[in-house]
Ligand binder design. Sequence first.
Ligand SMILES: N=C(N)NCCCC[C@H](N)C(=O)O
Ligand SMILES: O=C(O)CCC(=O)C(=O)O
Ligand SMILES: [Fe+2]
Length: 332
Amino acid sequence: MATNFKSLPVIDISRLLLKCDDPDMAEDVGVAEVVQQLDKACRDAGFFYVIGHGISEDVINKVREITREFFKLPYEEKLKIKMTPAAGYRGYQRIGENVTKGIPDIHEAIDCYREIKQGKYGDIGKVMEGPNQWPENPQEFKELMEEYIKLCTDLSRKILRGISLALAGSPYEFEGKMAGDPFWVMRLIGYPGAEFTNGQPENDIGCGAHTDYGLLTLVNQDDDKTALQVRNLGGEWISAIPIPGSFVCNIGDMLKILSNGVYESTLHRVINNSPQYRVCVAFFYETNFDAVVEPLDICKQKYPGGRGGCQVFKRAVYGEHLVSKVQTNFAM
Ligand SMILES: N=C(N)NCCCC[C@H](N)C(=O)O
Ligand SMILES: O=C(O)CCC(=O)C(=O)O
Ligand SMILES: [Fe+2]
């Protein structure tokens, strides 16, 4: 349930990070202030910027630059890591291959997923099995991305401790059997620059309106192009104007269910109006692959049906949700 927000809040989480591993974190005044800001942002917009997160701007920028270099390679070179169903939907997809609500998206991407050991999740996991496909060029690609994945995983877990405190009063609702063995997804995305006719950009849809699937997304976007748009309650599209060194952070479908609709997985889309190629690296922190996700008891009691209705949000198995999305995204 979003509001008519006109901009996205900026949250400095440094005081949360300081106390995150302290069992008494809930009593800390600094933590409490961050938790209150997270709660408000998750209710009002489902989107916020995170600063003071401790990941160096240098690493954040390098990850985008090496991604840009990959997309500059000749098409044949990129096809060496082509995404196919047989490769567990991991690898490179050309412009227009990803589909949102039936319409091809004007972006190219490399999709990576946490590795799934053969047979680990039985039939549901089967379609996503396979090793990630990393390019040989640029060199250091894999090493840098693996380091980045570690940093993002750790940061997401910490932000979720704050969100857990906000929702349930305990920091650990998104650990253990819910997300103690978290799945993750990373999409390295490139959006071609807009073509102009009579001075007007063509407005190609880089990525159609969608919600994200899991718990929390960390978006690392180019500093000099405004393209990501977030829909408010009135249906207006609000731009996520880049803030260098920050992550744009948003709520996914699993956190919407867990919160019983108090937190929204907000619709968003991408339109690159700039003449320049835009790069974005989106990291999706998810529940355990086989987690059965349903509203937390406390959210059922405190907010029956979110902030209005009387219905309780339906349960979902995360892995099934992901697989159904992936299979419709790549109707090949
Ligand atoms: N793993 C995530 N969240 N990927 C987001 C991709 C969004 C577009 C996709 N075609 C869709 O329709 O969902
Ligand atoms: O490019 C962006 O800024 C966001 C991409 C996105 O929303 C996604 O891949 O889920
Ligand atoms: Fe998204």
